[in-house]
Design a protein around this ligand. Structure first.
Ligand code: CA
Length: 376
């Protein structure tokens, strides 16, 4: 009997040590930020400005989607701090002069030394400019002394077409699954009929998309600006109406509740939709974490396992617009948030990506590119 008792005592001790480690307050990372001005890549429209969409091509090159017309794709060299125009993505006939209408995300499906297969998402005007859909198109990038892009197939076009007066946001974020498949977020686009299951169609959903197949994964989302796939677990950040911003772990077939429930509050009575029940999430898939008041979350990234991120290695980091901060989120298990720490960066972050060297790269609404290193 004695050895068995000792074994149990040893297990209890290990458990106690783990508990105390888990509850120890994590120190927020100290960020070192270098700023590169990229004003010509900033989207400038009748109603304000917007940072570029971003993807990492390799350790030295980014793909940035934006420019004054919000429609163009650029190759950005981190060594020379210079950009090259690759081409136009949103045709002039599918856009108006408004910063809401800009490339929403870029994904690299596969690449070689001389070329890459890309996906690009964007809101597109239809029916003589009266309504808006979210499109996902494939492109081939050819590298060399004069790099160019060639348009491929349309992979996805959302339905219904939403009246342009309603549109506030599109989401349109991408997380690559493999070299032929991606996840795509489609926001509610401010559609006044989003509360009607029969009318809302593709809006407020997450899809798994390939060139030949579209599968709806989840519904009840509002404006999913962040997406990160960790092994087979898909994490999403999304904007609530006024507060109630959420971090969600996506379960196939689940309804995340919008616009029936939200931890946030309704806007004024003139808003496009009033949630049926505010301040509660009962009856629907619960978020892993929520923010009241709102932080306005954008892209989610998993920090690398090694490097200078210390206790935050392998954890999530979420960019924000309103909060102008990076929010570090510890996952104590895949469906449980441990500690959360907000670190001010003093700028609205539109997109956030991880460079191969372990630094983060962010685009900001003020037209900057931020290169961000962590340290404890
Ligand atoms: Ca991106």
């Amino acid at each position: 009997m004695k050895p068995r008792v000792q074994a149990i005592a040893a297990i209890t001790l290990v458990f106690a040590m783990n508990t105390s480690l888990a509850s120890a307050q994590l120190i927020a990372p100290k960020l070192s930020i270098s700023t590169i001005a990229t004003e010509n890549l900033q989207v400038v429209g009748s109603n304000g400005v917007r940072g570029a969409a971003a993807a990492v091509l390799d350790e030295n090159q980014l793909l940035l989607g934006g420019g004054q017309k919000g429609s163009h794709l650029y190759l950005f060299n981190l060594s020379t701090k210079s950009d090259q125009l690759l081409g136009r993505v949103i045709p002039a006939s599918e856009r108006i002069n408004d910063a809401r209408f800009a490339i929403t995300d870029i994904a690299v499906l596969s690449k070689s030394a001389t070329s890459a297969n890309l996906l690009i998402s964007y809101p597109s005007l239809r029916k003589n400019g009266n309504c808006v859909v979210v499109k996902l198109d494939s492109y081939q990038l050819t590298l060399g002394s004069k790099p160019t892009i060639t348009k491929g197939k349309n992979w996805f076009t959302s339905k219904p077409c939403v009246p342009i007066s309603a549109v506030q946001h599109a989401a349109g974020r991408l997380a690559v699954i493999d070299n032929k498949t991606t996840y795509l977020t489609v926001g509610d686009l401010g559609y006044p009929k989003i509360g009607s299951k029969s009318a809302r169609g593709d809006l407020g959903s997450i899809f798994k998309v390939s060139a030949s197949k579209i599968e709806k994964i989840s519904t009840g989302h509002r404006n999913q600006q962040g997406i990160e796939l960790i092994s087979n677990d898909l994490y999403i950040s999304e904007h609530g109406p006024r507060g109630g911003d959420e971090l969600n772990l996506i379960k196939k077939g689940a309804d995340y509740g919008w616009p029936i429930v939200t931890y946030g509050q309704a806007y004024s009575s003139g808003d496009y939709v009033r949630p049926t029940r505010a301040g509660t999430h009962d009856g629907f898939q619960l978020p892993l974490y929520n923010w009241v008041p709102s932080v306005a979350p954008t892209e989610l990234v998993q920090l690398p396992a090694t490097g200078k991120w210390g206790a935050w290695s392998s954890q999530l980091v979420m960019a924000t617009l309103k909060e102008q901060a990076l929010i570090f989120i510890q996952l104590s298990s895949k469906d449980k948030v441990g500690q959360v720490a907000s670190v001010d960066v003093g700028d609205r972050i539109r997109d956030l990506e991880l460079l191969p060297d372990g630094r983060l790269v962010a685009t900001t609404d003020s037209g900057n590119l931020l290169l961000i290193s962590g340290g404890q």
